[in-house]
Design a protein around this ligand. Structure first.
Ligand code: SF4
Ligand code: SF4
Length: 133
C-alpha cells in the first residue's frame, strides 16, 4: 500500500525537477539582444537581408526636385523632404528600415541625377552599427 505511493511520489519529484531544469534551459532565458542577434544571423544566412550597406549624401542646394532618384531607387529608401532648399525644391531624404530596407550603395541615384546632387558610398561592416552589429 505504502510502497506504490512512495514510488509515485519519487517519480513525481523527479518529474518536477526534470521539468524545472528543462524550463530553465528554455530560450526565453536568453536576453532580448541575444535573440535579436540570432534572428539577424539567421536572416543573413538565408540571404533575406542586403549584405551591402550604403550611406547617402544629398547636396541639397543642387537638387531641382525632379524626383528621378526617388522613383528609381531599387531599395525605396528615398522620399521627398518636407523642407525645401533655397531654390524652393523638395530634395530627397533617406528613410531606412534596417535590416530589410536599406541603401545598398548601388549608385543608381548618382547615375540618374541630372544635377549631380546625390551620391552614396559603401559602408564597411565595422563602420555601421544600426542594423547588423
Ligand atoms: S545608392 Fe542605390 S539604394 Fe542607395 S539610395 Fe541610391 S539608388 Fe537607392
Ligand atoms: S535626381 Fe537629383 S535633382 Fe532629381 S530629386 Fe534626386 S537629387 Fe534632386
Amino acid at each position: 500500500m505504502y510502497l506504490p505511493m512512495y514510488i509515485e511520489s519519487v517519480f513525481i519529484s523527479f518529474s518536477i525537477i526534470y521539468t524545472i531544469e528543462r524550463v530553465l534551459k528554455m530560450p526565453f532565458r536568453k536576453s532580448m539582444a541575444e535573440i535579436e542577434q540570432e534572428r539577424k544571423l539567421k536572416l543573413i544566412e538565408q540571404r533575406k537581408v542586403p549584405l551591402r550597406r550604403g550611406k547617402v549624401y544629398v547636396i541639397k542646394e543642387r537638387c531641382k526636385g525632379c524626383g528621378f532618384c526617388i522613383e528609381n531607387c531599387p531599395s525605396g529608401v528615398l522620399v521627398r523632404s518636407e523642407d525645401v532648399n533655397e531654390k524652393g525644391y523638395h530634395y530627397p531624404v533617406v528613410v531606412e528600415d534596417p535590416p530589410f530596407k536599406v541603401c545598398i550603395a548601388c549608385g543608381f541615384c548618382s547615375l540618374i541625377c541630372p544635377e549631380f546632387a546625390i551620391y552614396s558610398v559603401l559602408v564597411e561592416p565595422e563602420e555601421e552599427n544600426d542594423g547588423r552589429d
